[in-house]
Design a protein around this ligand. Structure first.
Ligand SMILES: [Zn+2]
Length: 291
């Protein structure tokens, strides 16, 4: 058993226009699983979603987050994982307390996967792909194919304790300009990566895994960046959400209940609000005064 990693590392092929990313999540994944009691199959899918969110987020060059959200008609109606540009992850599965399936297709049934890139400022971007590719990696690969973006392949694995993944992505022409040679190099890298075993993705050290797959090629592996579980919820956001229901409704709510509580389902934090928390916005009127 290796030490805690919670690391993502970039690598590049020096003689081809191909980049890669390799991620291992240990305690960051287990911290998320500790919040809710998920069935084993759901916990494993959640791990793959987290690993994929980290791998895909590493292409984001602005402040914001990448969100993977699957909505299906099967035993697992909703699974969502996010990774921010600071490599903070969180995830949630909803409505799957009694799921018994373990396979992707059986868990999700028919539905779709939304890949959303949400900058703190500016336009949010969303791509949608159907969930019928048999695995999360398959769905994401098809999304890249359909949207005519850079060719991208992923290998994901998760066992309820560790979540891990490997990504290969073809880069725009730089090292190789010949189209046939580019295609052959991409094919070569993917064929080698195809030989990877699930256990190797989960358990091998990152250097060892890359050597095992690509020792014939010149590959540079960069320093790792830490990934951690952190929720973006806050008291301020909940406060604003309550204000957004409007002053009349909010006063009615605070009249009915001495305390209004909001629970964050991602991290289980409970935020409690009373009439006095809204004095600045609603004025100092005693309860009922605005009726
Ligand atoms: Zn939270």
């Amino acid at each position: 058993m290796s030490a805690e990693r919670n690391l993502t590392r970039k690598f590049i092929f020096e003689e081809a226009d191909i980049r890669g990313e390799i991620v291992h999540l240990d305690s960051s994944y287990r911290d998320i699983l500790a919040i809710h009691a998920y069935p084993a199959g759901v916990a494993r899918q959640l791990g793959e979603f987290l690993a994929a969110a980290v791998l895909l987020s590493t292409t984001i060059k602005f402040e914001g987050r990448l969100i993977l959200q699957a909505q299906g008609g099967g035993e697992l109606p909703l699974l969502m994982a996010e990774c921010s540009n600071k490599l903070e992850v969180r995830a949630i599965a909803r409505g799957a307390e009694s799921a018994t399936a373990t396979e992707f297709g059986a868990l999700f049934g028919a539905g779709h996967l939304a890949i959303t890139i949400e900058p703190h400022e500016g336009q949010r971007y969303q791509g949608i792909v159907s969930l019928d590719s048999g695995s999360l990696a398959g769905c994401i690969e098809r999304y890249f194919e359909n949207s005519e973006q850079l060719a991208t392949r992923l290998w994901l694995a998760s066992d309820g304790k560790v979540a891990a993944g490997l990504l290969l992505q073809q880069l725009p022409e730089q090292v190789t300009r010949d189209g046939e040679q580019r295609a052959a190099q991409w094919e070569h890298a993917c064929t080698l990566a195809e030989t990877v075993e699930r256990e190797e993705v989960l358990n091998l050290e990152q250097e060892t895994l890359l050597y095992r797959l690509f020792h014939e090629d010149k590959v540079s592996l960069f320093a790792g960046e830490s990934v951690r579980f952190a929720c973006s919820c806050s008291r301020e956001r909940c406060h604003n959400a309550l204000l957004s229901i409007g002053p009349t409704e909010l006063l009615k709510l605070l009249d009915e209940e001495p305390e209004v509580t909001m629970d964050c389902e991602f991290c289980n934090t409970q935020y409690r609000f009373q009439r006095s928390d809204f004095t600045a916005q609603l004025g100092d009127t005693s309860s009922g005064a605005l009726h």
